[in-house]
Design a protein around this ligand. Structure first.
Ligand SMILES: CC(C)(COP(=O)(O)OP(=O)(O)OC[C@H]1O[C@@H](n2cnc3c(N)ncnc32)[C@H](O)[C@@H]1O)[C@@H](O)C(=O)NCCC(=O)NCCS
Ligand SMILES: Nc1ncnc2c1ncn2[C@@H]1O[C@H](COP(=O)(O)OP(=O)(O)OP(=O)(O)O)[C@@H](O)[C@H]1O
Length: 198
């Protein structure tokens, strides 16, 4: 079985992903893969330099994530330009990690994909698990975790589909406004109802 774990920025996907990892599920993490495909020497990084200019590359040759973030979260055309470069590379690496887990005998693989709906990847997974929070909690946690101003946080939130739309298409939803323990209980109930074992 493939579980697609999604939600919105700072809704708690990594928190739930950690709980799944503790239960022995192998995780393919799109955000982590997105860092691998732009390491120095990777073709995607060269394309980013060509498309966005030398000002988004740091002196040590790595991508300036803050500079790229400022550009893409404030401009849909810039965001599309980056997505068009990075998403094919991310998809390729994620599928190869997924296959490796199944080849090693996993029964269930979790794919943590923040943009599962935005990138229309629903057909890649068997069950969609959405981690949801109210917009107020999301804004508060995002500002606190990243040290963003309200404007910076809102730009990121509005770069994604509203979480209510994601909930509608989910097979199950974890409401992560309460404590992590409360979310953990919801997770265990969902895994049991799906008969999901690692
Ligand atoms: C823009 C970048 C450099 C900002 O880096 P930064 O370290 O500040 O953030 P990080 O990578 O941890 O992402 C945080 C969250 O931002 C959101 N996000 C990232 N990219 C996008 C995007 N293109 N569109 C909408 N939301 C996005 C996701 O919810 C993600 O979990 C980085 O997010 C990136 O390379 N994005 C493009 C690749 C991508 O689409 N990743 C999303 C998962 S496939
Ligand atoms: N139930 C909770 N109670 C309190 N804080 C929480 C809870 N769940 C998550 N957090 C905190 O909220 C922040 C966002 O959570 P997390 O990093 O798991 O979100 P995410 O969906 O993975 O974000 P991103 O899309 O940016 O990767 C983190 O600082 C995390 O520690």
């Amino acid at each position: 079985m493939i579980i697609g774990l999604t939600g919105s920025i700072a809704s708690g996907k990594s928190t739930v992903s950690k709980m799944l990892e503790e239960r022995g599920f192998p995780i393919v993490d799109a955000d982590r893969v997105a860092r691998i495909v732009v390491e120095p020497g990777q073709p995607a990084l060269e394309k980013i330099r060509e498309a966005f200019g030398d000002e988004v590359i740091l002196e040590d040759g790595t991508m300036d994530r803050a500079a790229v973030g400022d550009r893409i979260f404030n401009d849909p055309a810039e965001r599309k330009k980056l997505n068009d470069i990075m998403h094919p590379a991310i998809r390729h690496e994620m599928l190869s990690q997924r296959d490796a887990h199944f080849d090693s005998g996993a029964k269930t693989v979790v794919m943590d994909i923040p943009l599962l709906f935005e990138s229309r990847l629903q057909h890649f997974v068997d069950k969609i698990l959405v981690v949801s929070v109210t917009e107020e909690t999301q804004l508060h946690r995002l500002m606190e975790r990243n040290g963003f101003s309200e404007k910076e946080a809102r730009a990121r939130i509005s770069s994604q589909l509203p979480i209510s739309e994601k909930e509608r298409e989910a097979d199950a939803v974890i409401y992560n406004n309460g404590t992590k323990e409360e979310s953990e209980k919801q997770l265990d109930r969902i895994l049991e109802s799906w008969n999901a074992a690692p």
